[in-house]
Design a protein around this ligand. Sequence first.
Ligand SMILES: Nc1nc2c(c(=O)[nH]1)N[C@H]1C(S)=C(S)[C@@H](COP(=O)(O)O)O[C@H]1N2
Ligand SMILES: [Mo]
Length: 175
Amino acid sequence: MTHHDADSRPSLVAPIQLVGEKSATLDGETLDELPVEERTIEVVCSTGDRYTDRWKGVPFFELLETEAATTASFPPETTHFLVESEDGQRGCIAIEDTFDALLAFGRNGQPLPEAAGYTSRFVAPDVLGPRTVKNVASIEGKKLDPGEDPESYERLLEMEGTDDESEDTAEVEPT
Ligand SMILES: Nc1nc2c(c(=O)[nH]1)N[C@H]1C(S)=C(S)[C@@H](COP(=O)(O)O)O[C@H]1N2
Ligand SMILES: [Mo]
């Protein structure tokens, strides 16, 4: 697979910031030129709810090969990536968990804006639901010290689901 099908073309609201020793911008046009893959990934919420979908998007490691990534210059011994959304959801992802990750733009054959109401989603097989950040705004490479707790870098909002209508409503299925 080389180029985007109609259902996976990135339609970013804003470019993604790559942050390392410097910072650089990854725009929609650049993303559009990157290879696309489709993967079946199970997302598991902290409530125990799990669901499996077919995600389509740019492999995470491809983002690291871009000129923007070179400019951002992630630390040579990066251990984690902080993936943050426009609304401040921030997951701290171990580098080994990013190898199979996608920056997804489509789900089950539909573009995300139509399917789900957001434009991008970080998804990976071994990453828990709360860390599958929607509307990715920035990706920061970090070298954590061995004693550091990755969770201390995180900000996980709305652990029980993300629909506007679902907040604090017991009857709504948690996602
Ligand atoms: N930007 C953003 N991404 C987010 C969240 C959020 O609040 N904001 N919630 C997370 C949580 S807790 C879960 S379980 C999933 C829910 O995804 P779903 O809407 O596909 O069920 O999105 C994750 N991604
Ligand atoms: Mo969740």
